[in-house]
Write a protein that binds this ligand. Structure first.
Ligand code: ZN
Length: 192
């Protein structure tokens, strides 16, 4: 069974999610929810899914990434569950790449993210965990934590790079992000 992924404009995506107790985490129904989110994320397919995206205002997200790409510092991330996460920036150096969201189907944009972060959270059993991440994984963690605070990537994107994924593939995919931003910036009057 798959869960329905809600799209931007759904109020739950704009509200702060509520934290969970350890007792709640250890219930059968919560464990079943985690399993459904894993299946839904894999089917989408996506590398992260936050509870508000399936209509639940809970401080919960799951991640899993099976791809590698040295250009974006992307490495394999095993399936992991984060409950009540607290995100700390470790290295604030901004890194810019195209980013998408399962709640904004068909679009993407360049989003600056911190190079390195730490997330302190509870795992699927309600035990404390601390994860430090760099590059693409750090991007995923920032994106998913944002969802729990009612923030979507369009709030942080370089807005002139917002485009359909089809047009990205058609016109821009061969360009580096730096050149693309420069080109789009130069097309704008009064922008450097
Ligand atoms: Zn998202």
């Amino acid at each position: 069974m798959l869960l329905k992924i809600v799209q931007v404009g759904e109020p739950v995506l704009r509200m702060p999610a509520r934290p969970l107790t350890r007792d709640e985490i250890r219930t059968e129904s919560f464990q079943a929810l985690i399993e459904l989110m894993r299946e839904t994320m894999r089917d989408a397919p996506g590398v992260g899914l936050a509870a508000p995206q399936i209509g639940e205002g809970l401080q919960l997200f799951v991640v899993e990434d099976s791809r590698e790409d040295p250009r974006t510092q992307r490495e394999v991330v095993p399936f992991q569950v984060f409950v009540n996460p607290r995100l700390t920036i470790v290295d604030a150096t901004p890194v810019e790449f195209f980013e998408g969201c399962l709640s904004l189907t068909g679009f993407s944009a360049v989003v600056p993210r911190a190079l390195s972060v730490r997330v302190d959270a509870l795992n699927h059993q309600g035990d404390p965990v601390s994860v430090e991440a760099r590059g693409w994984y750090a991007r995923i963690l920032q994106h998913e934590t944002d969802h729990l605070n009612g923030i979507v990537y369009i709030d942080r994107m370089r807005s002139r790079t917002f485009m359909s994924q089809a047009n990205y593939a058609r016109h821009w995919s061969e360009m580096t992000v730096e050149d693309l931003r420069k080109t789009l910036g130069d097309l704008a009057e009064g922008e450097g």
